[in-house]
Structure formats: C-alpha cells, structure tokens
Design a binder for this molecule. Structure first.
Ligand code: 26M
Length: 819
C-alpha cells in the first residue's frame, strides 16, 4: 500500500484550514463556536503532527529498503522544549499557518503559549540529547532516541519569600498531542528471582533467568522533524505498566490488595524523574528505571532487526547505540543476555557484536557523579546481569594481566568491581569495556578524561578515545528564539543559515559597518524589552532594558559558582554605597536555575540571590543603577526568551569542572560576550571568537590541583584582601535580611573549605568585570565584538557535532551540505 498524499497533509491554504477544522471537530469532538484556546492548540498540533508523521513513515520505509545503519541514542533524559513552533519552522509552515488562523480569528502566538514543555531531564545532558535528535533529523541520519516517559518531569520552581519551592510537573494533564501510543511495540521486562542452568538440544550448557516480577513497557512515539529535511527522527519513550496476567492471578484468588499493590508498584517505575544533577545516590528505583528502558529499547531493536529479515549476529551492522553517560550502561550486560540466553549465540560472537554496537559519552569528571551500584543491589534486581558482568570482568582482567603482568593495583583500578570496601559495580568501567569508542564533550574535558578518571583505560586502549565537542541547535536557539536576529542573519548570510551555520562568517565584514551595528543594537534592545516585560510579569521587578544584561542561567551548583557572581554584585553595591559618583554603568544581574531539592547549599545560593535583590532593588541610594533578578523556573521555554536578551554571559565554573557547557554556546550565538574561565567549551569558544572578544579570568585546569595540593588556605585570602573581607563580612552583617545566620553556612564553607576556589579567583573576576564595564561604555566597540561572537560561532551548531559522531563514532553517512 503506497503512502498517499491527502488533504490531511496538504500545504495549500484551504487544505490547512480543512485539516485544522477536521481535527477540531472529528478528532476532538468540539463545536467550533464553543471551543477553547486549548482546543485550538490541540487541533493545530494534531494537524502539524500529521505532516511530521508522514515524513517519518516515508523515511523509515526508505531506511528499511536500503538497510541503512540506524543510530539509537540511549538517554535517561530528554528536554525537547515546546514542539509546535519548532515543527512549523522546520516544515516552513509558520507563515501559512499564521494566515490560516488569522482568517479564523485565532492568533498563532496564543496557541504557541498553550503548550506544556516535556521536562524529562535535569539540564545540559537532557537538552543535548534533544539537540542531537534535531540534528540527526536535519543531517539525514535515521535515528531513534530511546528513553523514559516520566509521568512527572523535573519539578516546577516557584520562589516564595525568596526560597525555592518545588511543585509537581504535570505536563500530561492537558493531553499530549505529540505522542502516539504503540500497543504493538510492547515489551516485557523482568526483575528479581534467580538463575538456573539448563541444556539445549545440542547439550550445550545454558542459563535461564527465572524472575520474581515482570513489568510491561509501553512505547510512546514522538516524531522529531529536521530542518529543511525529509528525514525525521523518533523519540520512543517507555512507560511502565503492570502485566495483566500477574494482577489477575492474585485477583482471581481473591487477593485484591496484593493485586493492586503489584499494579501500583509496576507503574511507579516510570512515575517520576529523579531531580539530581551531578550527584549519584544509589537509589534502587533509579537503577530499575535505567534497566527498564534499556531492556525495552534493545528488545525493540531486535524486533525491528527481524522485520528486516536480518539475524541477531548482524545487530551491530544495523544499529549504532550511543550511551548518554553511564545511565544506560547496564545495556552492555543486557545485550549480552539477549544474544546469549535468548538468541543462543556463543559468548565470543555475542561479545564482538556488543562491543561493535555501543559507544559511550562521558559528561562529567566530578567524582560524586560517577555511578556505582552495590553488587548486592544488582544481584537482587538483575541476577543474570551480575553473572554476565562477572564473566565480562574475568575475561577483561585476563586481557589486562597479559598487557601489564604483575600490576595488581592497575588491575584493581580497571576492574568492573570496586572491592576497596563494600563491593560496587562501576558503571563507567562497564561502559568503557563494552564500547567501541569513548568520548568527552569538549577538547579540554576529553583530555582530562584521558588523564584522570579514565587514564587506565586510555593507557590500555588509546585508539578508543576521542573528542566530540558539544553543539546546540540553531533552529530553536536562534531562528525560533530570536526571529529579529534571524531576519538580519538571512540578509547577510542567506536564508538557509540555520542549515549551514558556518555561513555566519559572512557577518564578519559587517561588524565594521556603523549602520549594520545600529540595526544589531536595535534587535538586541527589542529582545531586552521583551525580557524586561517578562521579568516584570513574573517577579514584579522593573528593569531598565538599556542597562547591561548580565546573565547566569543554569542548574545551581557550587562548581558553577553562582555565589562568585553574587560576591561581585555585592562588591559593586558596597562600592556604590561608599562612592555614589563611582563610574558604574547600569547593570541588570539575572540569575535562573533549579537547585536539587536536597542540595542545601544550592538552595542557600538561591536565597542569597533573592536577598541581594530585595536589598539592592529597593535601595534609594542605588536608584536603580544595578538590579538583581532571580528568574523563576528556568526551563527550555524560558531559555528561549532569555538567551536572545543577554549582553554578558557568565561562564565562571572552576576550571576543570564543567565538562562542556552549552548555555555558553546559546548566548554567544545570540551575540553575547562571555566572561569566563578556561573551562569546558569556553576554551574553544574563546579560540573561535577571538581572545579580544572574550573576558577571560581565573586559574586554569593545571593550576587548580597544584593550588589545592600546595595547601590552599582560603582564610588567608580573606585576611589579606580588604575588599574580599568586606564583602564576606557583609553576608553575615544582618544587612541582607533580619536573620544573620542565613548565610553563615555559605561563609563557613568558603572560609574553611572553599572546594571550588572562589576566594582564589575573586580578584581576577573583579578585574575582568571592570574590563566588561569599560567596553560596555564604548557601544560601538561592544557591538563590534557582539557581531563577531555570532559570526564566529558557526562550528557550535549541533549539526557539526552530529557530523563528527557520524564520522568518528558511528560510521554512518550524512547528507552533504548544499553549496
Ligand atoms: C544521577 C543520579 C540520579 C538522578 C540523576 C542523575 C543525573 C542526572 C543528570 C546525573 C547527571 C546528570 O546530568 C549531568 C549533566 O547534565 N552534565 C552536563 O552535560 C552537558 C552536556 O554534555 C555538559 O555541557 C555540562 O557541562 C555537564 O555538566
């Protein structure tokens, strides 16, 4: 049966209108006269989804006919952001849809505002996964993003009395028009029980897993369109459900309570996203989630393989799997189990297939983030996997012994099992051993990875290691978020710039043109006006759109050093109080980001930001020359309003701590200048935009351990620097609210531990901020630098990252760029 065209996916004005009204009436059952704005949003979303689905189905058919190798991106988190506007941009339908709706008296922007974003991730790692699906579709790679359909995503943040309050994310409550439930793709997932030996017909010894629990995975598909492309990626998320036979047997025996308990326990598995970021806590439910989705995904991939008529031995030539951090690393053992136990392959063949399938991306060097699971926990939940992990380890350690005879310490470090105390399975080691390629996410990070956390693996297999620097999608974060800039870019770089971001180099000569600079400033100012009105609406704070917008938005974490930024804010405040004539250009400091609910100091940092705002914003002596805003609920949608309005991008993590950062790229692409350390991708951004267009400060990654081991005493810095002393004392002076003890924990941490070396970098940071103020006072020079930032950031498109992965990691072909 051919995949035909129809009115449903026609692009003429009448077709669009008919499809929209049909969805409103036939699919939603609404009387147009009584329908609400939300109904209109749903009807439009369904109309657009039809267009994307048709592409998706055609593209899948082509992939199967040509037997192409597909990419499966395994990620416990995705943060796609609102879909509607993005699809309209990708399909080139924005204007025709707007006109069609206008004709019905409906405003497109109102409908765009109705969408709830899927907050199925914590931050950078989840957003990166979504940028990559966008780019996979754009550069024409067949791909599936496999993950978990959490019923409750990352919490909603509100600020009450200056404190973060967590609310429940209810993204599914208004209905989700973007997903399609696939009852045909259901999978069973086993847990617990024991294993037992058995013999097959040829008498070979086999193992069988007899579980104590079975849970069902239901597939929900969300199509992800590409820009100017007929390829479409798929995000396939798994929802946990009870297996009917199970509750019914209990039910039939009259054990109603047990039946219900079983059902609830099963469904709990995909209920909620863990809100930790960069912190590993050995929570069993988290391990269950990880196994659940990778098990569903691998079985699904084997099913698709057999639809192609291909045997399980050819798994790796049909699929490349990327492990987004170690969260899905249990998949290495699971694929072995499926191939050996279910499909009867010999160990060696199965191991070759497995190792040729997986690749592993590391996203952090922080030791507290490295995942380790107690051996007993894995043994209890996944007894067969523990056996397989032991077998992999035994064979692997034989290999190590042969390469490094007598080196027992090395053996202990490389082992998949940490035996230094209570025994743990080290997931990063499992991922390394089971992968073809291992990569970090920025040049510096990949280098440090080879030198530190994974040094022993790099010594063993140097050729496995590579770097792929992160990127961001210019569709969502420039074209959609910043249409004013988009128009200007189209004029000088051609209208296809979002599909070929290196074209932005064409902007460079225009940096010298005063008339162009004027246009550039007007775009920025209008974005800042828009953000100022959002700030007023959300916080009640009035800010001056002509002031310098100095922005730090990202998860709140000590290593990211939002409190260093606040020390600068308060230093400026104290200077203005003492010397009202000081030449300090007007600045608006904007903070945003969520703190993990159990992260005490992160919550105090938020409180410090709001306290600084309460004090400074109302101080008559300051007269609005500086303002401090905490923008609540930073998420993808709010990011799209913030990034275009940034003048100064704060990227001030301690060197060696931020694997890459991606907000740094989003801001610089939108014409912000960066104040930053030599950390993560900042290093490459600075190289790209030119050191004269970047405000550098701080220790470098080599100096950090040197200082720490040399007996760093933060208290000495405090004693010897009067400005630092004044600002630290101010925190506990009572001036920041009646409770003097509020910030004592932060102060004690800084004076006696300072693990992220704020006090060491304080002076350098102040000096860099002084250079910022000076350049800001020369608007022509600032604008020139701003234009050059955008012009030279083309290499940070996620399309480039994906092309790198295709070439260096997955070995799959991509579309060539049009001339
Ligand atoms: C761990 C345990 C339990 C629950 C959640 C977690 C967890 C979740 C997310 C741990 C880490 C998580 O993400 C880490 C992360 O976002 N890393 C960031 O990845 C970005 C993309 O590569 C980089 O740009 C950032 O530098 C890096 O911090």
């Amino acid at each position: 049966i051919p995949i035909s065209d129809s009115i449903r996916t026609g692009i003429g004005a009448d077709d669009l209108r008919q499809a929209f009204l049909d969805n409103l009436v036939c699919a939603l059952g609404r009387l147009p006269a009584y329908s609400t704005r939300h109904d209109h949003y749903l009807a439009l979303a369904m109309t657009v989804r039809d267009h994307v689905m048709r592409r998706g189905v055609r593209c899948f058919e082509k992939g199967d006919n040509l037997l192409v190798r597909r990419v499966a991106y395994f990620s416990a988190e995705f943060l796609p952001g609102p879909h509607l506007g993005n699809h309209l941009l990708n399909l080139g339908l924005t204007e025709s849809i707007r006109k069609m709706l206008d004709g019905l008296g409906i405003n497109l922007d109102d409908l765009l505002a109705e969408e709830e974003e899927p907050g199925l991730g914590n931050g950078g790692l989840g957003r990166l996964a979504s940028c990559y699906l966008d780019s996979l579709a754009t550069v024409g790679v067949q791909s599936v993003g496999y993950g978990i359909r959490y019923e409750f995503g990352i919490f909603d943040q509100t600020i009450r009395d200056g404190w973060q309050i967590q609310g429940t994310d209810k993204w599914l409550h208004g209905g989700n028009p973007w997903e399609v439930h696939r009852p045909g793709a259901v999978q069973d997932v086993m847990f617990g029980g024991h294993t037992e030996p058995w013999q097959d017909e040829s008498d070979s010894p086999r193992k069988r897993w007899v579980p104590s629990i079975v849970i069902r995975g239901e597939a929900y598909d969300t199509p992800i369109s590409g820009y100017d492309s007929d390829t479409c990626a798929l995000m396939r998320l798994w929802k946990a459900e009870a297996v009917e036979s199970f509750d019914f047997s209990a039910f039939n025996h009259g054990d109603y309570d047990r039946a219900v308990e079983q059902k609830v326990a099963s469904e709990n598995l995909s209920k909620v996203l863990y809100p930790n970021d960069e912190l590993h806590r050995g929570k069993e439910l988290r391990l269950k989630q990880q196994y659940f989705f990778t098990c569903c995904a691998l079985q699904d991939m084997l099913r698709i393989l057999s639809l192609r008529g291909a045997p399980p031995e050819s798994f790796h030539s049909n699929w490349a799997v990327q492990l987004n951090d170690t969260h899905p690393a249990i998949a290495v053992a699971e694929l072995m189990r499926l191939l050996v136990d279910q499909h009867g392959l010999g160990w060696d063949v199965a191991w070759k297939v497995t190792r040729s399938t997986f690749s592993y991306t590391n996203h952090t060097l922080l030791p507290e983030a490295l995942e380790r699971w107690p051996v007993d926990m894995i043994g209890g939940l996944l007894p067969r996997h523990l056996e397989i992990i032991y077998e992999i380890n035994a064979r692997f350690l034989d290999e190590v012994r042969a390469a490094f005879p007598g080196d027992d310490e090395r053996l202990a470090r490389l082992s998949l099992i940490d035996e230094s105390g209570p025994r743990y399975v080290r997931m990063a080691n499992l991922a390394c051993v089971g992968s073809q390629t291992v990569n970090g996410v920025a040049e510096l990070h990949s280098k440090l990875l080879r030198q530190t956390v994974l040094a022993d693996f790099a010594a063993l297999w140097p050729e496995k290691f590579t770097n792929v620097t992160n990127g961001v999608t210019p569709r969502r974060f420039v074209a959609l978020a910043n249409p004013g800039l988009g128009k200007l870019l189209a004029k000088v770089a051609g209208k296809n710039w979002p599909g070929d971001l290196e074209k932005l180099h064409k902007l460079e000569p225009h940096a010298e043109d005063p008339a162009f600079r004027q246009e550039w400033r007007e775009v920025k100012l209008s974005n800042k006006r828009h953000l100022a009105s959002l700030i007023a609406e959300r916080t009640g704070i009035e800010v001056d759109p002509t002031s310098l917008f100095d922005v730090q938005v990202k998860r709140i974490h000590e290593y990211k050093r939002q409190h260093l930024n606040l020390l600068h804010v308060l230093t400026l405040y104290l200077r203005l109080k003492k010397d009202p004539k000081a030449e300090v250009p007007a600045r608006t400091f904007i903070f945003g980001g969520k703190a993990a609910p159990g992260y005490f100091l992160a919550k105090r940092i938020i409180r410090l930001a709001t306290a600084a705002g309460e004090l400074i914003n109302h101080d008559r002596d300051i007269a609005g020359r500086i303002k401090v805003v905490f923008f609540p609920d930073f998420n993808v949608r709010n990011g799209q309003s913030i990034y275009p309005a940034v003048d100064l991008s704060e990227q001030i993590s301690l060197a060696g701590m931020e694997a890459s950062g991606t907000g740094n790229m989003k801001m610089s692409l939108n014409g912000a200048l960066t104040i930053g350390t030599l950390d993560g991708a900042n290093v490459e951004i600075r190289e790209a935009v030119g050191e004269e267009n970047f405000f550098l400060f701080g220790l470098n990654a080599a100096e950090v351990p040197a200082l720490k081991h040399g007996g760093y005493r933060p208290r000495d810095r405090y004693e010897s620097d009067p400005l630092l002393r004044e600002v630290i004392d101010f925190l506990t002076s009572g001036a920041l609210g009646e409770d003097r003890d509020l910030f004592q924990p932060l102060v004690d941490n800084l004076l006696y531990h300072d693990p992220y070396l704020l006090l060491a970098d304080y002076r350098g940071y102040l000096n860099a901020q002084q250079r910022v103020s000076e350049l800001w006072m020369d608007p022509e020079a600032w604008t020139r630098a701003s234009i050059l930032n955008t012009a030279r950031m083309g290499r940070f498109s996620s399309d480039r990252s994906i092309r790198d992965y295709c070439q260096r990691v997955w070995k799959v072909n991509v579309k060539k760029l049009k001339k």
